[in-house]
Design a protein around this ligand. Structure first.
Ligand code: G1P
Length: 302
């Protein structure tokens, strides 16, 4: 059994209202916004699937039916494409249904990320699991989850991905203590975590990006976590408590420093950058898009 084969479950919180993309998200979940021609959420599920996470629990809310339909078979559409002999489109439609077993549970009330993760307690049970946030878009050419899973299996406790950022107050931020954050293996023991600190109070510029591999002891911690920043139950606060008890069962937190490409598809500008970047790297669209950008678009900029 490979060291990564033990972790198969991923929890994907997807109950947010997507207010930053209104009115596009008035009647459609923000997770379904296309990044080129696949919904943003499909990239996240595929990222998990590549790392062996094939049991996926989506934490959903109202307005999320399109997401369930997307990951389900579509017999009428599939039959129509088959009858036309359009095997390429048929394959693209079926792709989302082959990524893993997808389950759904509703959050009921929007009480924060920690509460959303806690909704996965029964499904996850007593095993380490991943949490993947849909707004964080990791370049499909990179594999961040596999090293995170390996660190969790080797060191126990919980593992989070962090990245150097300029705007710390938009993120959970770690205190790496005196650890060398430029270490070759990119693994840093976490001394503490704080959710969305003011820039002057931030313990570092290493921000949590939305990839976590958590010990199931996090559930008991979340049950006791009082509402924090914004009146919400924060996953960061529960992890802070776990970081403070490294010798207890399931305690201790390590950070994997990610140096690859990440986009925040929950933010309009960054979403547009993700679409343009990925499209420009595609074989079918890239050459035409790049020459249009270079020859017509950029020269027209003043
Ligand atoms: C959440 C977490 C935060 C993390 C961020 C990453 O915040 O609470 O710690 O840094 O995701 O995207 P949100 O962006 O949901 O406010």
């Amino acid at each position: 059994m490979s060291s990564t084969s033990k972790i198969r479950k991923a929890v994907i919180p997807a109950a947010g209202l997507g207010t930053r993309f209104l009115p596009a998200t008035k009647a459609m979940p923000k997770e379904m916004l296309p990044v080129v021609d696949e919904p943003a959420i499909q990239y996240v599920v595929a990222e998990g699937s590549r790392a062996g996470l094939d049991d996926i629990l989506m934490i959903t809310g109202q307005n999320k039916k399109a997401m369930e339909d997307h990951f389900d078979r579509a017999p009428t559409l599939e039959a129509a494409l088959e009858a036309k002999g359009d095997s390429k489109k048929l394959e693209s439609v079926q792709k989302a249904t082959h990524l893993g077993d997808i389950h759904y549970v509703r959050q009921g009330e929007a009480k924060g990320l920690g509460h959303a993760v806690l909704c996965g307690k029964q499904h996850v049970g007593d095993e380490p699991f991943a949490v993947l946030l849909g707004d964080d878009f990791i370049d499909p050419a990179d594999d961040l989850l596999t090293p995170m899973i390996e660190v969790q299996q080797a060191r126990g406790g919980s593992v989070i991905a962090v990245m150097e950022v300029d705007n710390v107050s938009a993120y959970g931020v770690i205190d790496p203590g005196s650890a060398d954050t430029s270490a070759e293996d990119g693994v840093v023991p976490v001394q503490g975590l704080v959710e969305k600190p003011a820039a002057e109070d931030a313990p570092s510029n290493l921000a949590i990006i939305g990839r976590y591999v958590l010990h199931p002891a996090i559930f008991a911690e979340l049950e006791q976590t009082a509402p924090g920043k914004g009146g919400e139950i924060q996953l960061t606060d529960a992890l802070e408590a776990m970081a403070k008890k490294p010798t207890e069962e399931g305690g201790g937190v390590h950070a994997v420093v990610y140096r690859g490409r990440r986009y925040d598809t929950g933010d309009k500008l960054s979403y547009i950058k993700a679409v343009v970047t990925l499209a420009s790297e595609r074989e079918d669209l890239g050459p035409d898009l790049r020459s249009w950008l270079k020859d017509e678009f950029v020269p027209g900029l003043s």
